[in-house]
Design a protein around this ligand. Structure first.
Ligand code: GLU
Length: 497
């Protein structure tokens, strides 16, 4: 076992900013944090990084929490569940950041800066003209006597607070569980701002104060934050807090190798949920996008993920979103459901959402039969609606698919097939109407008519369903019921030759 995976007191956090919905990249970050906590008997913290008041909304927070619940990523500490390191909304922690910043100033690890934006711009210009390779902050206020600085602050002079990067700090080496050692030149880091002049903390500061206070041991997040990490290391050091282990996971890209965006289709968790993906399948798919317990498995249960997830097997290569693979995994999960589970969790909610059936139109056995019939034909949960729609259309409003009509109904022999079918099926009474009896009744027809099976059964199918694809003819007609079947065959005869 490696040292990145055996810490008994593992504490990880997922810290979304509620500036938008939960996207697939964020969802995968959340999944990895959750799985890492579970695999190590650790604690999974959810923290809402809502310090950007112009872009954070309560609505987005709710959307994120809902998405987390849909994904089944239960958090041990955070909104709604609380915990001993709360509050878990950054906007409620402003005093903590201010105190931490003031402590750093008092200890000489940070200082007040009074440079105006104009001054800073002029300094940058001058550095450029000098041909100085460093065009960042010139440390103008670093030398101000602390007492003088305090007095200026007390007098209300606008100021920021900057971290004092130690002169002799040397390179900042980030040890990353995914990327290995990444070296940053401390000189390039600037004495960066930790508190803005409007009195709000910067991301690099608030995050580290929280992660340190909350005892976070491993920081698993997107590698768009790798470049922030050396600054955060400087803050840990200034605070005198241990630096956690970092694991920066790759971005998720679209199939064209570009950052995943709307152009590629769905990007938010909710869109996938609404499109008919199962939570378990979606989590499975995202977990394997950049992590693999072995080289083979495509279907791994949530339990296995929670048992076996390790940072050692996380790839640093960009992950490419592969909708076909997601569909494949989703179909696997759907097909593995038992009929009762499918009826309850997929069929009925989908029919209800489509306004077709609120669960009172048929009896339990009918829903089970429908589940058995449609389940193998579904890739997405929502596919069941198209499959079942023929069962909820009035007989005289059934629309016949043009291609299917041309191919199967408007063909020599179709009429004879439909007539023979009506005759055979009419002999079955309501009580014996079921898949086996229907198939038995229809089975002799091809021979009787001297026609191929397709030529006999496809016209019947098109007549009853409107299209050429449906479950087995016995189930298809059994679900439709006797009266509707006979009425539809009758109606279709007019189109048949
Ligand atoms: N709120 C930050 C984000 O959503 C968190 C980054 C981090 O994990 O440190 O990008």
């Amino acid at each position: 076992m490696s040292d990145t995976n055996t810490n008994a007191a593992v504490r990880v956090r997922f810290a979304p900013s509620p500036t938008g919905k939960l996207h697939v990249g964020g969802a995968r970050t959340a999944i990895y944090n959750w799985a890492f906590a579970r695999a190590n008997g650790g604690t999974f913290v959810l923290r809402i990084d809502d310090t950007d008041p112009t872009r954070s909304t309560e609505e987005n927070t709710q959307i994120i929490l809902r998405a987390m619940r849909w994904l089944g990523l239960d958090w041990d500490e955070g909104p709604e569940v609380g915990g001993q390191f709360g509050p878990y909304f950054q906007t409620e922690r402003m005093d903590i950041y201010r105190e931490a910043a003031e402590r750093l100033v008092a200890e000489g690890h940070a200082y007040y800066c009074f440079c105006s934006p104009e001054q800073l711009a002029a300094d940058r210009e001058a550095a450029k003209e000098r041909g100085d390779s460093f065009q960042g902050y010139q440390r103008t206020c670093r030398g101000i006597d602390p007492e003088v600085a305090q007095a200026r602050v007390a007098a209300g002079e606008p100021h920021t607070i900057r971290i004092k990067v130690p002169e002799d700090r040397g390179d900042v080496v980030v040890r990353d569980a995914v990327h290995g050692e990444v070296v940053f030149n401390a000189r390039e880091l600037d004495d960066f701002i930790i508190f803005r002049s409007d009195g709000t903390p910067t991301y690099n500061f608030a995050t580290v104060v929280d992660d340190a206070e909350m005892g976070i041991t491993h920081i698993i997040r997107g590698d768009d934050h790798l470049s922030n990490t050396p600054r955060q290391v400087i803050v840990y050091e200034a605070l005198g807090a241990p630096t956690p282990i970092f694991a920066h996971i790759s971005m998720i890209l679209g199939s064209d190798g570009k950052k995943l965006s709307k152009r590629h289709g769905a990007t938010s968790v909710e869109e996938y949920r609404d499109a008919g993906y199962l939570s378990d399948a979606f989590v499975n798919y995202l977990a394997l996008l950049g992590w693999a317990p072995d080289g083979e498995s495509t279907v791994i249960s949530r339990e296995r993920l929670a048992r076996e997830f390790s940072l050692d097997h996380v790839s640093k290569n960009p992950a490419i979103m592969d909708p076909k693979k997601l569909d494949f995994i989703n179909a696997e999960y759907l097909h593995a459901m038992d009929d009762a589970g499918f009826a309850h969790d997929v069929l009925l909610p989908q029919l209800n959402a489509a306004g077709l059936d609120d669960g009172t139109q048929h009896d339990e056995s009918w829903y089970l039969m429908a589940s058995a019939a449609f389940k193998p034909r579904c890739t997405l949960s929502s596919d069941v609606v198209a499959q079942a729609r023929y069962l909820y259309t009035p007989d005289d409003e059934l629309v016949y698919d043009e291609k299917a009509t041309k191919r199967w109904l408007a063909k020599q022999g179709a009429r004879a097939a439909l007539e023979a079918a009506s005759e055979a099926l009419a002999k079955l009474d309501e009580a014996s109407w079921g898949p086996a009896a229907i198939e038995e009744a229809l089975e002799p027809l091809p021979e009787q008519l001297g026609m191929g099976k397709g030529k006999v059964f496809q016209p019947i199918r098109v007549a009853c369903v409107g299209g050429a694809a449906s479950p087995g003819i016995g189930e298809t007609l059994a679900l439709l019921a006797r009266a509707h079947t006979l009425a539809r065959i009758e109606r279709a005869k007019e189109l048949a030759q």
